[in-house]
Write a protein that binds this ligand. Structure first.
Ligand SMILES: Nc1nc2c(ncn2[C@@H]2O[C@H](COP(=O)(O)OP(=O)(O)OP(=O)(O)O)[C@@H](O)[C@H]2O)c(=O)[nH]1
Ligand SMILES: [Mg+2]
Length: 620
C-alpha cells in the first residue's frame, strides 16, 4: 500500500490547524509560542489513517518559508478559505505555490461556515472557483465545514481517503532522494531526520549522503507513521535514524540521497515563469530567495534581458549564495528578498552548463528536446546511458526509452550515447583536421590520437570510436597508433623531393651508409629541423632506419649487414666486437650502436663480450 501526504494551505486564521485537529484529533501547534500566540509558526504533522499524513502549514506571511518547506513534501493540497473572510492575500500566494510544485491534485475546504450566511458563502465559493481556474484546483471538489461543531468533517475525511487511493506513484527509480524537513535527537538513538521520500527507496543498513554538506551516514533505523520498518518507498513519510554523523550538521533543507548520485552546485540553469498575480518584475542581477525542496537560499539571477514581468517566462542562471544538492527537473519557487512575496516559479534545466547567452537562452524546456540538446552540447565527450540516467535521476529503462524517442545511438564498444548527426559532424571535423595537419606539415601525413583528442577536445573513448568508424569507412588507416588518411592528400613538393635526394646522396656516398644526424646536418647544410623532418620522411618510406636517437643507416646497408651475419653464424658460434668490425667495415664508434640495435631486435644475443645468433636473425 502506498502512502499519501496531504498539505494544508491558506491565509492566517482561516482554520487550517483547527481543521486538521477536527479530521485527526491531533493539534499540530506544538510549540509553546504557537500555543501562546494562537498561530502556527512551523509545519506540524498528523495522521489521518495508517497511510495518510497531513502536514499543517502556517498562514502568516512571515513564515512562508516554512509553508514552502511543508508544501514541497506533499501530494495533495487542501486549500482552506474561511467563509467569513473569503479570499485573502495568502490564499492566493499559497495557491500559486501549490500550483508550482509537483502536487498532483487538491480539495478546497470552506471553513467557519457557522460564521457566514448562505448568500455570502455562495459568493465566496464563486470567487474561489474563479481563482482556481487554470490551476491544479480547477474542477476539484469544494467542501464546506465547521471545525468546531464538526459539521461536514466526516464527508471531507471520506473524500480525502478516496482521493488518496487514486494517487499513483509512477517513479520506479532506484535512486533514493528525500528533502529533510525536520531534525531531532532521540534519546538512546541519536539523530533522526524526517521527510517525504521524493524518489526511490531506502533500507535499514544502507549508506546515505547528506547534501550539500557531502557527508556520509548510515541508516540505523527507519520509522513510518510511528512504526519501525525495514524500508521506505517513494511517497512515504520517513523518520530516519542516522549514525556516524554529527547532529549539528543536519538541517532542514539538506537532501538525503544514495551516495554519489547528486551533484552539489551553487549555479543553476532554470526556466522560470512569473506569477500571474505578482506586481513585481524580475530584473537582471536581482537578489531573490530560491526555494528548492525544503531549503531556502539567497541568490542572484542572471538573465539576458533587462527584466521580465507577470506571466512572462525565460531561461536564466541562478547564482546561489550557498550550495545545494539539486537535480535536473527539481521545481523551484522564487520569492522577493524584501518585502517578501512569491514572484515566480520554475524548473531546473541543468546543473552543469556554460554561462553563455546562446547556450542558456536556447536550452529547451521539452524533456526530449532538452536531452537532445544536452547530448549535442556534450558531443565531443559523449557519456554513457548510466550517466544520463543519474543526471536525469530516472531509472535506466526510462532514459533508454527517451533515447529511443530522440533516435540516439549507443556505441557498442564503449556504450557512448550520441546522435547520428553529431557523429557525422565529428567524423568530418576529424578528417579535415588530419588533412589540414598533413598539408601544414609536409613531413607528417598522420596525426597521433593524443593530438586529435587535444585539438578537438575529444574524450579518449570518443576519439577511438570515431577513428574505428573512419577505418571502417576506409577514410583513414591506423599504423602503430598513428592515424593516416587512406588516400594520401598530396605528393611531396618538388623542393622537398630535391632535398630528399640530397640526403639520400649524402648517405649513399659515405662509408657503410651510416651517419649521425649531427654529421648529416653539417654535410647537408640544411637547417636542423628540416634535416630531421626529411630523415623522418625517409624512415617512414622505409629507405632509412634509425639505429638509436642519433644514428641512422640506409635500410639496404643494414640488410647487407644482416646477410653477412647470417653467413658468419653458419660457420661460427661466437662473434666478438673486432669480428663484427672486420665483417661490417664499421668504425668502433658505429659498430657498438649497431650491435646494440641487433641485440634489441634479437638478431643477436649478448654473451659477455661476444654475440651469438638471436632468434630473429633467420626470420626474413
Ligand atoms: N467558528 C469557527 N471557528 C473556527 C473554525 N475553524 C477554526 N476556527 C477558529 O479560528 C481561529 C483560527 O484557527 P486556526 O486553525 O488556528 O487557523 P490557522 O489557519 O491554522 O491559522 P495559522 O496557522 O496561524 O495560519 C481559532 O480560534 C479557531 O478556533 C470554524 O469552523 N468555525
Ligand atoms: Mg495553524
Amino acid at each position: 500500500m502506498h502512502q499519501v501526504v496531504i498539505g494544508t494551505a491558506g491565509h492566517i486564521d482561516h482554520g487550517k490547524t483547527a481543521l486538521v485537529e477536527a479530521l485527526t484529533g491531533t493539534n499540530t501547534d506544538t510549540l509553546a509560542q504557537e500555543k501562546e500566540r494562537g498561530i502556527t509558526i512551523d509545519i506540524g504533522f498528523a495522521y489521518l489513517d495508517d497511510n495518510i499524513t497531513i502536514v499543517d502549514v502556517p498562514g502568516h506571511q512571515k513564515f512562508i518559508r516554512n509553508m514552502v518547506a511543508g508544501a514541497s513534501t506533499i501530494h495533495i493540497g487542501l486549500l482552506i478559505v474561511a467563509a467569513d473572510d473569503g479570499i485573502m492575500p495568502q490564499t492566493i500566494e499559497h495557491l500559486q505555490i501549490l500550483n508550482s510544485l509537483s502536487i498532483k491534485t487538491g480539495i478546497t475546504v470552506i471553513t467557519k461556515i457557522d460564521l457566514a450566511d448562505d448568500d455570502w458563502m455562495d459568493l465566496v465559493v464563486s470567487d474561489v472557483k474563479q481563482l482556481e481556474k487554470n490551476t491544479i484546483f480547477e474542477d476539484t471538489p469544494i467542501f464546506k465545514v465547521d471545525s468546531r461543531s464538526k459539521k461536514g468533517i466526516d464527508e471531507l475525511r471520506k473524500a480525502i481517503i478516496s482521493l488518496s487511493a487514486t494517487i499513483k506513484f509512477e517513479d520506479k527509480s532506484e535512486f533514493f532522494k528525500m528533502h529533510i524537513d525536520r531534525v531531532f535527537s532521540k534519546k538512546g538513538y541519536g539523530p533522526v531526520v524526517t521527510g517525504t521520500v521524493k524518489s526511490g527507496r531506502l533500507r535499514v543498513g544502507q549508506s546515505v549522503e547528506i547534501l550539500p554538506q557531502n557527508l556520509k551516514a548510515k541508516v540505523r533505523g527507519i520509522q513510518t507513521h510511528g512504526g519501525d520498518v525495514l524500508e521506505v518507498n517513494n511517497g512515504f513519510r520517513a523518520a530516519i535514524n542516522l549514525t556516524k554523523v554529527d547532529m549539528s550538521v543536519l538541517k532542514r533543507g539538506s537532501t538525503l540521497a544514495n551516495p554519489g548520485l547528486i551533484m552539489v552546485t551553487d549555479k543553476l540553469l532554470a526556466r522560470i515563469t512569473m506569477s500571474a498575480y505578482t506586481k513585481w518584475s524580475l530584473k537582471n542581477n536581482q537578489r531573490v530567495r530560491i526555494h528548492i525542496g525544503t531549503s531556502e537560499i539567497l541568490a542572484r539571477v542572471k538573465m539576458y534581458q533587462k527584466k521580465i514581468k507577470k506571466d512572462e517566462s525565460c531561461n536564466l542562471i541562478i547564482y546561489l549564495e550557498k550550495s545545494v544538492g539539486a537535480t535536473i527537473n527539481d521545481l523551484i519557487i522564487i520569492r522577493s528578498y524584501s518585502p517578501l512575496d512569491t514572484i515566480a516559479s520554475g524548473i531546473i534545466l541543468e546543473t552543469t552548463f556554460e554561462c553563455e547567452k546562446q547556450y542558456v537562452e536556447n536550452f529547451p524546456l521539452d524533456i526530449n528536446d532538452r536531452l537532445r540538446y544536452s547530448i549535442t552540447k556534450n558531443s565531443s565527450k559523449p557519456c554513457t546511458v548510466d550517466y544520463w540516467s543519474k543526471k536525469y535521476f530516472v531509472p535506466k529503462e526510462n532514459i533508454e526509452d527517451q533515447l529511443k524517442i530522440i533516435n540516439a545511438r549507443v556505441s557498442p564498444k564503449y556504450g557512448l550515447v550520441y546522435l547520428e548527426k553529431d557523429l557525422g559532424h565529428w567524423k568530418k571535423e576529424t578528417l579535415s583536421f588530419i588533412r589540414k595537419k598533413s598539408k601544414d606539415d609536409a613531413f607528417h601525413n598522420y596525426v597521433e590520437l593524443s593530438n586529435l583528442m587535444q585539438s578537438l577536445q575529444f574524450s579518449e573513448k570518443w576519439a577511438s570510436y570515431i577513428i574505428e568508424e573512419l577505418v571502417k569507412s576506409n577514410d583513414v588507416k591506423l599504423k602503430s597508433g598513428r592515424i593516416f588518411l587512406a588516400k594520401k592528400s598530396s605528393e611531396v613538393s618538388k623542393e622537398i623531393k630535391k632535398d630528399l635526394k640530397k640526403i639520400n646522396d649524402i648517405i649513399d656516398n659515405i662509408d657503410s651508409n651510416i651517419i649521425s644526424i649531427k654529421e648529416l646536418i653539417l654535410l647537408s647544410k640544411l637547417n636542423p629541423k628540416k634535416t630531421k623532418d626529411l630523415v623522418f620522411l625517409l624512415i617512414e618510406n622505409n629507405s632509412l632506419l634509425r639505429i638509436n636517437d642519433d644514428i641512422i643507416i640506409s635500410v639496404n646497408a643494414l640488410n647487407k649487414m644482416l646477410s653477412l651475419l647470417r653467413k658468419y653464424f653458419i660457420d661460427n658460434n661466437k662473434m666478438s666486437i673486432s669480428d663484427f668490425k672486420a665483417l661490417s667495415n664499421l668504425t668502433r664508434k658505429n659498430a657498438i650502436p649497431v650491435l646494440e640495435y641487433f641485440d634489441k631486435n634479437h638478431f643477436t644475443i649478448r654473451d659477455g663480450s661476444n654475440r651469438i645468433a638471436g632468434e630473429t636473425l633467420y626470420v626474413e
